[in-house]
Design a protein around this ligand. Structure first.
Ligand SMILES: Cc1cc2nc3c(=O)[nH]c(=O)nc-3n(C[C@H](O)[C@H](O)[C@H](O)COP(=O)(O)OP(=O)(O)OC[C@H]3O[C@@H](n4cnc5c(N)ncnc54)[C@H](O)[C@@H]3O)c2cc1C
Length: 454
């Protein structure tokens, strides 16, 4: 199989030396790794089709990979499998200012897409914390969210079309530039969030918005978690939908401040970072409403960013939460659960109690406006006894989430990490329906096997 791959792609696009392929054996998820047989870098959908047909002939499993920033083990390969890395297919192909769309190859970096839209006076809202390195193909495969999810939604809300290569090598286009299009089943949506288990995305057609004229940034600190959560509910109840409504707990706050030095208060129990945007008058009105709600709700301090530079520093400090926490212990396990917003304060407390019960360090931050929390376990994978306690704690966090009507993953996907819990959340009938879809599209189980379910 290797000679055929090299003949088609060239030796420089096929890696097999152990020292070259080890970095493609893991993603951003702690403790999960596996060494593939080869890593290949296609340059076109036709190359992807060739690789999938060859893999079929040889019975080899294939995992699509973008930048490997995934946090559920989605791009961890099977031992002896092929990693199909889309990173070299990274061009923005078209910006259509008449239709407000952007077309890009799947390996294009999310930030590059944001910047290309911005240069045309347009706006691509989904902004995962990893956007400087993640690919748009990975975002589509995980249906990634981001800090602007509350007002603008997630990746799915911006995908108008996809070029997908199926397990048998067939190349198909799903969707179009038409704002309304109900011809046939909505297969495009089936592939969004399918974690590379149904097909390989090679091109993405995205919807763009006019760029918001203004943005206002506020920071509110609270001495109790309940007060911060109540302020979030009050903001939404007041029919104000900020573009960003992020939360950091005391432990995260201290770490981020040590790391970014932007003047965050270390003594607060909870901090909300809020951004409003739109027409300058609307952004101002909404910021004033948020400020007043936070003050009435008992915020210790409410501070508006003085200028765009301070706003950017605060947003970038929030984006650095994962990296800041990762400095504390050798292993960082970033959880991703979502609960109804009414359950937020209780859920954060429950995580703290679970941490104390198991003698673990867990810091929590997340997209409070979406009910999406990232309890982050700081541990050391070489310590077997502690890792056993980590496993117990993770299972308890998931159970607590489901008990509160939540979901086991809000944006990072099921992959390997959440596989044991999926049936419990979905129930037997829905779970079997997922498997039926997988069998229909990938009867040999060639694409990203072992992910989502066995
Ligand atoms: C610091 C940090 C912050 C993060 N913040 C966020 C956040 O705010 N919101 C969020 O949602 N996620 C976040 N993530 C998780 C991660 O960045 C996203 O899941 C991202 O979309 C993964 O993109 P990637 O290119 O790295 O994909 P990879 O990790 O390479 O792959 C992820 C999954 O997508 C599949 N895949 C990749 N490319 C394709 C393709 N072309 N066709 C088919 N399947 C494909 C893979 O098989 C795998 O299952 C964060 C991660 C880190 C490390």
């Amino acid at each position: 199989m290797l000679p055929a791959l090299i003949a088609r792609l060239g030796a420089h696009r096929v890696l097999t030396a152990r020292e070259d392929i080890i970095p493609y054996g893991f993603d951003g998820t702690a403790t999960l790794k596996q060494v593939p047989a080869a890593v290949v870098f296609p340059a076109s959908a036709e190359d992807v089709s060739f690789v999938l047909r060859l893999a079929r002939e040889h019975g080899a499993p294939v995992v699509a990979r973008g930048s490997g920033t995934g946090l559920s083990g989605g791009s961890v390969p099977m031992a002896g499998g092929i990693v199909l890395c889309l990173a070299k297919m990274d061009r923005v192909l078209e910006i259509d200012t008449a239709n407000l769309t952007l077309r890009a190859e799947a390996g294009a970096i999310t930030q590059k897409i944001y910047e290309a839209a911005d240069a045309a006076g347009l706006f691509y809202p989904p902004d995962p914390g990893s956007m400087k390195i993640s690919t748009i193909g990975g975002n589509v495969a995980e249906n990634s969210g981001g800090l602007r999810g509350l007002k603008y939604g997630v990746t799915r809300d911006y995908v108008m079309g996809l070029e997908v290569v199926l397990a048998d090598g067939a190349i198909c286009w799903l969707g179009s530039k038409c704002v309304k299009d109900v011809a046939g089943y909505n297969l495009r949506d089936l592939f969004i969030g399918s974690e590379g288990t149904l097909g390989v995305v090679t091109q993405v057609l995205l919807k763009l918005l006019p760029r918001p004229a203004a943005r206002r940034t506020l920071l509110a600190t609270f001495t109790s978690m309940e007060a911060a959560a109540a302020a979030v509910s009050a903001i939404i109840a007041a029919k104000v939908i900020p573009c960003t409504l992020e939360f950091l707990d005391r432990k995260t706050l201290a770490c981020v401040e040590d790391f970014a030095r932007v003047g965050l208060p270390r003594d607060a129990e909870a901090v909300l970072l809020v951004e409003t945007d739109g027409h300058p008058a609307a952004a101002d009105d909404e910021a004033a409403a948020v400020e007043s709600i936070c003050r009435t709700g008992g915020a210790a301090v409410v501070r508006r960013a003085a200028d765009a530079a301070e706003a950017a520093r605060l947003a970038s400090a929030r984006r650095s939460a994962f990296s800041a926490l990762a400095r504390l212990r050798p292993t960082t396990i970033l959880e991703d659960v979502t609960v109804p917003r009414s359950e937020l304060a209780g859920m954060v407390r429950a995580v703290q109690i679970i941490a104390e019960r198991h003698g673990l360090q867990i810091a929590t931050f997340g997209h409070f406006g979406d009910g999406n929390l990232h309890p982050t376990i700081l541990t050391d994978e070489r310590d077997t006894a502690e890792m056993h306690r980590v496993e117990l704690a993770l299972a308890e966090i998931v159970a607590e989430t489901l008990r509160r009507g939540g979901t086991i993953t809000g944006e990072h996907g099921v992959g390997l990490a959440k596989k044991p819990f999926l049936r419990r959340q979905l129930g037997d009938a829905s779970f079997e329906l997922l498997r039926l879809v997988k069998r229909a599209l990938d009867p040999d189980g060639r694409l990203n096997p072992g992910k989502i379910f066995d």
